[in-house]
Design a protein around this ligand. Structure first.
Ligand code: AMP
Length: 557
């Protein structure tokens, strides 16, 4: 396994990767990056979305493209607009200090906006075939000088009937360009495209089929990104003896989840690549001795952990590929014991889960998250059985004497109630759980936040942006769809940034004076101008189509 440093990337890019929290290249990155950087051949890569394939071509693109170019340098074709947005954002986040502009171009977004952005000059266009073809016909897009063409999810583009459009688009591109084709599957139609339209090419594959252990019960829960933490707490709480490993993608996520667990009173710790060897050993020792029962880790940091009797492996984030899935869940269900492998899947990740199931030759069953009532009931039963155990063994003499004294002075029911309250504090309080509602992601997968101040308290768009930038170090281009009303405001941000803001403002509510929370369903999604009553968050019956056509995507500089 190679490190990012060994792949031929520049120092600046290595810094960007570090800042993103990637610890080591994913298998497709390890194979693809050196070939794209130092070779000249075209590339056919077999990889699914979720395997890190965007960075596999995005990082070399950032390295190879020139600044201040006068023409579009790269085109990435994707089958869906969601993927176009996602890929454009990922490439944008990889550009580091390099002045490269990326824009998603897709049907459903106002063409005028796209025309304006294209006129300004764009380096990397990520788009769906239909809309790209529209622009070519209008001559608002010139692909004659591109140096790189990426066909992303090529099999999906074929399935969706885009072959003809893709061929037409290719006719508008320069002959000298390098083409990179990525596809989850390699049916013969894909190989024919490669043969017909690509120059000398190399095929890079990453997946090997391996069956999983059958003593592990594998289930998945459908959870939106913003509900994962609450879901995790419920899963831990419903178990009598939870002793588990939680896998996150990046060290930043690992730190965040572990901190939140500790704040909520769990015995937990974090393992990732930035933790020194001596601290790592200490943490692992505490885990082995069960002084902590929840260990949050990246795949890299979890490598080589040899701990027996792990009851649960939780994929807080989907693993990059089927092999990583098998590797992760192989930590439980060992030595004849039954283990539980739980995977959180967001609605957008379904296809990837199916791919993992198929490749890992495994069956992952869907289940519903435990309800708060059931968890509380379970906790009560546990209290019962623990007390009965002690009674059976006979309580220690010093406690028996104390019990006699207390009973002399108090009603037994009151006394026992007080004792339970003292011992279990908020454990049986339903309010310690938050409701799992699918809070709205807007059309581009962003989280909408509600700010409890508005114009009447002197809040302006600029002030809101400044506060967010100052306290959470979030760049302006991450902040979208700001609405400042009289008594409150809304902003949208990508999930991670939104979580960062929530975390900060929840901790520092008193100092900052700002109240920020997740917007409830339907809040702040509407058109400001149509509102006569601007003081109350409004429920609006706006259809998805209408919403989509309002979505803006500025070129990202
Ligand atoms: P993709 O397969 O391109 O859709 O990537 C899926 C997710 O994995 C994205 O959120 C990436 O930011 C993330 N990712 C890509 N490469 C790595 C890596 N080497 N380590 C950790 N996360 C990564």
């Amino acid at each position: 396994m190679k490190s990012f440093e060994e792949l031929g990337l520049s120092v600046d890019t290595l810094k960007t990767i570090k800042a993103k929290g990637f610890e080591e290249p994913s298998p497709i990155q390890e194979k693809t990056i050196p070939v794209i950087l130092s070779g000249t051949e075209d590339v056919v890569g077999q990889a699914q979305t979720g395997t890190g394939k965007t960075a596999a071509f995005g990082l070399p693109l950032v390295e190879l493209l020139e600044e201040k170019s006068k023409h579009v340098q790269a085109l990435v074709l994707t089958p869906t607009r969601e993927l176009a947005i996602q890929v454009a954002e990922e490439i944008h986040s990889l550009r580091g200090k390099k002045h490269l502009t990326t824009i998603p171009i897709y049907g459903g977004q106002a063409i005028q906006l796209q025309l304006r952005s294209l006129q300004k000059g764009i380096d990397i266009v990520v788009g769906t075939p239909g809309r790209i073809l529209d622009h070519l016909k209008r001559k608002s897009l010139n692909l004659s000088s591109i140096t790189h063409l990426v066909l992303d999810e090529a099999d999906e583009m074929l399935n969706m009937g885009f072959l003809e459009d893709v061929q037409k688009i290719m006719n508008h591109t320069s002959k000298e360009k390098r083409t990179m084709l990525f596809s989850a599957t390699m049916p013969s139609a894909i190989m024919q495209i490669a043969k017909k339209y690509m120059n000398d090419y190399v095929i890079l594959k990453i997946t090997k089929d391996k069956p999983t252990s059958n003593l592990t019960e594998q289930i998945y829960f459908e959870v939106n990104e913003q509900n994962k933490f609450e879901a995790l707490c419920r899963i831990i709480d419903i178990e009598e003896d939870f002793f588990g490993l939680i896998f996150c993608r990046t060290k930043i996520d690992v730190g965040r989840v572990a901190n939140r667990l500790t704040e909520r009173g769990y015995q937990s710790d974090a393992l990732h690549g930035d933790i020194s060897q001596s601290l790592r050993e200490k943490i692992l020792n505490r885990f082995k001795k069960r002084k902590i029962n929840v260990l949050v880790a990246t795949d890299v940091a979890a490598r080589g952990i040899d701990v027996q009797d792990i009851s649960h492996v939780i994929n807080y984030a989907l693993p990059q590929d089927p092999e990583a899935y098998i590797h992760r869940i192989g930590r439980t269900g060992r030595a004849g014991k039954t283990g539980h492998a739980i995977t959180f899947v967001t609605p957008a990740e379904y296809r990837k889960l199916q791919f993992i199931q198929q490749k890992a030759k495994t069956d992952i069953r869907r289940e519903k998250l435990p309800k708060v009532k059931d968890i509380i009931e379970m906790k009560k039963q546990r209290i019962h059985s623990r007390l009965e155990d002690i009674i059976e063994k006979g309580p220690k003499q010093e406690y028996l004497q104390l019990a006699k004294d207390l009973l002399n002075k108090n009603e037994s029911e009151n006394l026992l109630g007080a004792l339970l309250q003292h011992s279990f504090r908020g454990e049986l309080d339903e309010k310690s759980y938050t409701e799992i509602v699918n809070t709205p992601l807007d059309n581009s997968g962003k989280t909408r936040l509600f700010v409890g101040f508005g114009k009447s308290s002197g809040l302006t768009r600029k002030k809101l942006i400044d506060v967010v930038k100052e306290h959470c170090n979030i760049s302006t281009d991450k902040i979208h769809d700001i609405q400042v009303r009289d008594k409150f405001a809304f902003i949208s941000l990508p999930f991670n940034e939104a979580e960062q803001i929530l975390e900060y403002f929840q901790k520092n509510r008193n100092q900052s004076g700002l109240y920020i929370t997740k917007a409830k369903k339907d809040q702040g999604q509407g058109n400001q101008k149509s509102s006569g009553r601007q003081d109350r968050p409004k429920r609006q019956g706006r259809s998805r189509g209408q919403e989509n056509s309002r979505k803006r995507h500025r070129p990202q500089r």
